[in-house]
Design a protein around this ligand. Sequence first.
Ligand code: ATP
Ligand code: MG
Length: 548
Amino acid sequence: MAEINNFIKTIMQQDLESGKVDEIVTRFPPEPNAYLHIGHARAIITNFELAKAFNGRTNLRFDDTNPAKEDTEFVEGIMYDLAWLGYKPQNVFYGSDYFEATYEKAVLLIKKGLAYVDDLSQEEMSKYRGTLTEPGKNSPYRDRSVEENLKLFEEMREGKYKEGEKTLRAKIDMAHPNINMRDPAMYRILHIKHHRQGNKWCIYPMYDFAHPLQDSFEGITHSLCSLEYDNHRILYDWFVEKCEMEHVPHQYEFGRLNINNTIMSKRYLRALVDAKKVSGYDDPRMPTLCGLRRRGFTPDSIRNFILGTGLSRVNSTVDSFQLEEELRNDLKYKTLRPNAVINPVKVIIDNYPEGVVEYLDCPNNQEVPEMGERKIAFSREVYIEREDFIEVKPNKKWKRLALNVEVRLMHAYFITATSVEKDSNGEITCIHATYDPATRSGSGFDERKPNGNIHFVEATTAIPAVFRLLEPLMLDETEENKDLDFMERLNPDSLQIRNGFVEESLKDTKPLDHYQFIRNGYYVTDKDSTKDKLVFNRTCGLKSSFKL
Ligand code: ATP
Ligand code: MG
């Protein structure tokens, strides 16, 4: 795997050398309100790989301070995805475990005259906040006495007030040029059951207050986050200082990862799931880690993709074809290469004896002899891809089957098409052919060159299979659709189903088994697959689909 190298690594190195820190401790802090997406993979890999580079430690910390949308389903999903990516946190912590300690720090700030209980409504507060160009106004409740604030805050905790009735705010500066410093909210009232704390609490700390304290409690040295927190850093430092935190963590920001034409915010992903535009968070078209896994992407392909995008202090947009390239790099020499016919048409070899099935040797992966061989069936009836046949050979470039044209069925015999049968719509229902027994694979026959090599699946042993061909969920952005809501820019053809066959060696395939289907691309067995009806998702093609 590629080595991680970026500006944060340089900072860490310097901090170790100067003695500012004596070890590197990072954390990955997801909010358990959805499944992780590939953007999160950048945060995960950055935190874990950087700590690893210095023999440091990384915690997983669930940022579960807003009970409204959080759920244990997501907690479990996130842990599973993290382990799947190959990362084992030193500790698993929950922001909610620090509620008591966080509450005490809020009390400390009140005692120091640095926090107050405000009765303004949310709308009033935002009116008082001012704008980028105008200073804000002090709340009429700003000068409450320490005693009154302590009493009111305790009553907030006891549940004496309704949601929105009171808020605990830091007392900083309503004219501060950075709006985040204009008396930010520290606690709000929410009468909602928490997924871990139950009904113990009805006041919940805000991210900006809770996060630096959690980092400090855990001894985090480098608190890494994406760029949008840049102008919150001043507040982060303020809370650490004013709360008299023993350990002083520091925040560093990095650019977010975006992928062309890919919706990557949890809000949108949730909207797709809720509107049933996809089958769930793990729909193989989703950019979630569970969706990418089901689509057939491997942990190594994702890690190498993320490392390959680099890291800087600007947000970056990359093309998804790079992820496909990493998948091919990862699996090319590892996967079996069986035969699958995705859009089948039957070929009847009229001069082959009826009722006989013979078995021929076939390498498991032509490029890796150590992967061995298996037997593939051959008989009078085989399936080939419909696209591999045309009645009249159009030109020299046609290197597939046609009437009176001879091709090699890979690892079997040469066949020549002789006639076709058609239905009332003119569609070909079956191709008749003859084979030449002298051309058996492995016999050393070299008297004629066939007009190409095509793959096949023997008909009586073939297992029916559903192939899901997956395209981007979103249509390419154009002049006409660029202003449309993302729900109206969904690609109606993002999921296409084909019914075909695979060779019998795949009879025991199980979900997440990867294959390179000869000439068709990389596929993975889906969780919907059953013994009688196998289901495969197409991960990507054999070659880059990148178009200039
Ligand atoms: P979203 O904006 O998609 O809803 P989020 O940032 O609210 O995601 P969190 O659960 O808070 O989701 O994210 C956990 C960590 O992952 C944060 O540190 C966040 O900065 C980081 N992260 C989320 N999306 C990306 C991205 N696209 N690129 C890099 N880091 C990201
Ligand atoms: Mg967030």
